[in-house]
Design a protein around this ligand. Sequence first.
Ligand code: B4P
Length: 184
Amino acid sequence: MVRLVLVGPPGAGKGTQAAVLSERLDVPHISTGDLFRANIGNETPLGQKAQSYMDAGELVPDEVTNEMVRDRLADSDAQKGFLLDGYPRNTAQAEVLSEILGANGVELTAVVQFDVPEEELVRRMLDRGRSDDTEDVIRRRLAVYREETEPLLEYYADRIVKIDAMGTVEQISDRAQEALRGRS
Ligand code: B4P
C-alpha cells in the first residue's frame, strides 16, 4: 500500500505524472487543483471561494483546502492508499495531513519531488494555456512556491525522493517508479 505526496513547482508535471503513477500503482489520484477546478465548473460555494485565489496565483486558504482533503481522504477508495497531487503546499497543510493520517494510524510512504529548471516550467505553462497560465500569474505562482511550498522539502527531508523531471512523460514516470521500488 502506498501513500504518496507529489511536490514540485507549478508546471513541473505533477498532474501529468500523478495520472500515470496512480494507474501503475493502483491508487486514487487526489489533486487539490482538479478538485477546485471541478467545484468552480459546478459553481459550488467551495468553487466560488477558491476562484479568486487561483486566478491571482495565490494559495486557496488553508481552512478551505484542508477540509476538502480531509473529506476526500475519508472516502472508501482512499483507504487502499493514495497519491496526493498538489497537497500539502505549505507546512501548515502538512501538519494537518500528518494529523489526519496519524488518527488512522498510518503515515506517508514517500514524498516525490519533481525537479525542473524554471525556464522549462514557464515554457510548459505557457504552452498549456490554462486560465491561470498568464505570465503575471505564473510569476506569482512561482514566488508562492518558493516562499510557501519549498520549506516542505526540509519538513519532509527524511522521506523525499527527488526525480529529474526533464524528459518524456514515460521516462519520468519510469524514473519515479524505479525510485519508489521497495518502499511500498
Ligand atoms: P495545480 O492544479 O496543482 O497545478 P500546477 O502546480 O500549476 O501544475 P502541475 O505541476 O500539476 O503541472 P501539469 O502536470 O499540469 O494548482 C493550480 C492552483 O490551484 C494553485 O495555483 C492554487 O491556487 C490552487 N491550489 C492547488 N492545490 C492547493 C493547495 N494545496 N493549497 C492551496 N491552493 C491550492 O503540467 C504542466 C504542463 O506541462 C502541461 O501542459 C503538461 O502537458 C506539460 N508537461 C507535463 N509533463 C511534461 C514533460 N515531461 N515534457 C513536456 N511537457 C510536459
